[in-house]
Write a protein that binds this ligand. Structure first.
Ligand code: PLP
Length: 415
């Protein structure tokens, strides 16, 4: 009854580990028997700020007629102009205009709009690994091939590996997705890494003569743990470095609005074919099935973004991450200092990994540990879900007691 591609995704080998673990947690809760410490899903646990709630009420109370009708597919012009002004200031790109902004159905919608605009069948979409698992499906939606590229120490960019990926089939290299701060690893690419990458892209352009689009998928860029940190310094960007950059983001995480589906894409004013890409984005935003970003959410953004109280206070995520990271390090896990977002991606201590001489059908350490934690009513995602065995992914957007409960479970099975 289904297409083979979709049947494989929902029934077969590609069925998502994350979804499987989330369902497991749900089943365990339904079965009763005490609390379940579920660290499987990155579903923001903080409520949107009070200011957002007031802005929604105000937007409904004071609205002129026609606010719920179809609109220009790219979104309300005044909202796009507002976003453009913010992004122009952030990236010091004064030429950025409202027409460079397309309001989208979350960052997920924006990635699909961008791929629809620029990727032909068989084009290569390069991505540092491990990566947000949905990219596999997004590339597949557009007949493109996702090309994972290994990363270096603490999941920093491996420029040699990146260069090799660009050289492998230069005619088909079309998109490079950069997700920083990263889901699942938490890595933030440094200015030096991005400068090195820019040099590679310049050399690639010389060789291939083809535009390679950098798609910066950045829904965690404003979920920084240090409230004093300047995101411009803390989270360097390819905007202003590489002309053919498109930034995608959403307010699923920093405003806690994942269910409201509001995001946007911003074309660098330096992009080649900028005017065509603007038109293509508007076309794709309509023809992929979502038609435009939700109207009410668009109208609320200018009332909230940049205003005092206009962001969730992510200190709970920061404190959870720190506590869990310290606890895990005490048990021999290795992981970088958490700085942003709400995922930890610890490497298993040596004794918990599959021994080098074990047979291939012996489960890797992350799978074994995931099962043992489950017995302690703790749900995590094994690194295998991201193509990296011997790691775990832990979501820290949970109540603090879930961190305490999960740490007790880790101590019970690892100590
Ligand atoms: N990109 C990354 C890296 C994500 O982690 C997520 C959500 O978890 C998304 C995109 C999708 O976010 P949105 O809710 O804005 O569609």
């Amino acid at each position: 009854a289904l297409s083979t591609r979709v049947a494989d995704c929902i029934l077969g080998s590609k069925e998502s580990w994350i979804r499987r673990m989330f369902e497991l947690g749900r089943q365990m809760r339904a079965d009763g028997g005490g609390p379940v410490w579920d660290l499987s899903l990155g579903n923001p646990s903080l409520e949107p700020p009070e200011l957002w709630r007031e802005a929604v009420i105000e937007a409904l109370r004071d609205e002129p007629p026609g606010m719920h009708r179809y609109m220009t597919n790219a979104g309300f012009p005044e909202v796009r102009a507002f976003i453009a002004a913010r992004e122009a200031a952030r990236f010091d790109l004064p030429g950025l205009e409202g027409d460079d902004v397309t309001m989208t159905v979350g960052a997920a919608g924006a990635v699909n709009v961008m791929l629809r605009c620029v990727a032909d069948r068989g084009d290569r979409v390069i991505v540092p690994a491990p990566y947000f698992a949905e990219y596999d499906h997004y590339a597949d939606n557009h007949g493109a091939t996702l090309v994972p590229v290994p990363t270096g120490r603490e999941f920093s960019l491996d420029l040699d590996a990146m260069d090799a990926a660009l050289r492998a089939d230069p005619e088909r290299a079309r998109v490079l997705i950069l997700n920083s701060p990263n889901n699942p690893t938490g890595a933030i690419y440094s200015a030096a890494e991005l400068d090195g990458l820019t040099k590679l892209l310049e050399a690639h352009r010389e060789r291939s003569g083809r535009i390679l689009w950098v798609v910066e998928d950045s829904p965690y860029r404003d979920v920084l743990h240090d409230p004093e940190a300047d995101p411009r310094v803390e989270v360097p960007s390819m905007m202003g470095r590489w002309p053919n950059t498109v930034l995608l983001t959403s307010h699923s995480k920093d405003l806690g609005l994942a269910g409201e589906r509001i995001g946007y894409m911003v074309i660098s004013p330096e992009a080649e074919g900028r005017a065509l890409l603007r038109r293509a984005a508007s076309f794709a935003n309509r023809t992929l099935g979502f038609v435009n970003a939700p109207a009410l959410m668009q109208r609320v953004l200018p009332k909230v973004l940049g205003a005092p109280g206009g962001r969730v206070d992510v200190q709970v995520y920061a404190q959870n991450s720190r506590k869990m990271a310290d606890g895990l390090r005490g048990l021999g896990f290795e992981l970088p200092e958490p700085r942003a977002g709400f995922f930890l991606f610890p490497a298993l201590p040596e004794p918990l990994r599959r021994p080098a001489d074990a047979s291939a059908d012996t489960p890797t350490g992350d799978i074994t540990l995931t099962e043992r934690l489950r017995e302690q009513r703790t749900v995590v995602v094994p690194g295998t879900a991201f193509g990296v065995p011997e790691f775990l992914r832990l979501s820290m957007c949970v109540d603090p007691e879930a961190v305490d409960g999960a740490l007790s479970a880790f101590r019970a099975v690892c100590a």
